[in-house]
Design a protein around this ligand. Structure first.
Ligand code: ATP
Ligand SMILES: O=c1ccn([C@@H]2O[C@H](COP(=O)(O)O)[C@@H](O)[C@H]2O)c(=O)[nH]1
Length: 246
């Protein structure tokens, strides 16, 4: 049976209004919701623990996710990194994704969700940090409908805009969107589209807010305490057990 992970992406794209068009394939049944690999049981990756990691651009999501991976054995999936890899792969959607990232716009949900689900399926792990996603309500709804996973909790890095701008302008990783013009657009999208998602999860009691306007090591102390209390584990116990058994 062809699942969404295996299926080719068939997304209508218009540079004029990509967001409204991006739901069209789901409505018209292009992307099958025939996710279950057998009729009764979900595949292993769909039983995974997922933590969404949100925060403004440059708030330290990637930095802290790397720490959590090391200490708690999660797999880190950055939606932005997956999209950049899709551009580099020469995918038919590469040019469209590239132009949207350069403008700080949100890529159609079907593309991002498919990339995330493929990565989860391939990883073999059962606990994931999904960094920089969902970016808007449509992302959230498509992920819920397709992956059929609700996040265990949502980690939100709170940081003032001036500090975010300073960090991004000093990042020096050669990212095409790390320039002042695109940064302003990314902030606008964050406030208008992503903060409502943060409020949504707050209303569901799932939000865990951490101040990110501190040195990285101090931020990680708070992150570490949070993961220890949320998972009921001491630091890295699960991760170490896995290493020992290899
Ligand atoms: N607590 C911190 N204090 C100062 N600088 C930090 C801190 N955390 C991360 N940085 C630096 O800020 C920059 C942005 O961090 P990072 O890439 O982790 O943010 P991000 O939220 O993943 O960004 P984006 O959403 O743009 O991908 C990096 O150069 C990183 O080294
Ligand atoms: O779910 C997502 C995540 C990212 N994007 C696009 O990528 C850039 C960069 O994202 P980072 O998280 O900063 O790496 C973002 O501005 C969006 O254009 C997306 O569309 N959907």
């Amino acid at each position: 049976m062809e699942t969404l992970v295996d299926a080719p992406i068939k997304v209508s794209f218009s540079p004029v209004n990509p967001i409204s068009l991006s739901l069209q394939p789901i409505k018209s049944g292009f992307l099958p919701i025939s996710w279950l690999q057998d009729d009764h049981e979900s595949p292993r990756w769909q039983k995974s623990t997922v933590v969404f990691v949100l925060g403004g651009p440059g708030s330290g999501k990637g930095t802290q996710c790397a720490n959590v991976v090391e200490h708690f054995g999660y797999t880190h999936l950055s939606a932005g990194d997956l999209l950049r890899a899709e551009i580099s792969s020469g995918s038919e959607f590469g040019a469209m994704i590239q132009s949207m990232i350069a403008e700080g716009r949100i890529v159609p949900s079907e593309i991002t969700v498919k990339l995330l689900c493929e990565a989860m399926k391939e990883s073999g792990n059962d606990k994931f940090l999904i960094d920089g996603f969902p970016r808007n309500q449509e992302n959230r709804i498509v992920f819920e409908n397709v992956a059929k996973i609700e996040p265990a909790f949502v980690l939100f890095f709170d940081c003032p805009e001036e500090e975010l701008e300073r960090r991004i302008m000093n990042r020096n990783q050669g990212r095409e969107d790390d320039n002042i013009e695109t940064i302003k657009k990314r902030f606008k999208v964050f406030v208008e589209s992503t903060l409502p998602i943060v409020s949504y999860y707050e209303s569901k009691g799932k939000l865990r807010k951490i101040s990110a306007a501190k040195p990285s090591a101090e931020v990680f102390e708070a992150v570490k305490d949070l993961f220890a209390s949320e998972t009921g584990e001491g630091e890295a116990r699960d991760h170490l057990n896995k290493k020992i058994s290899v």
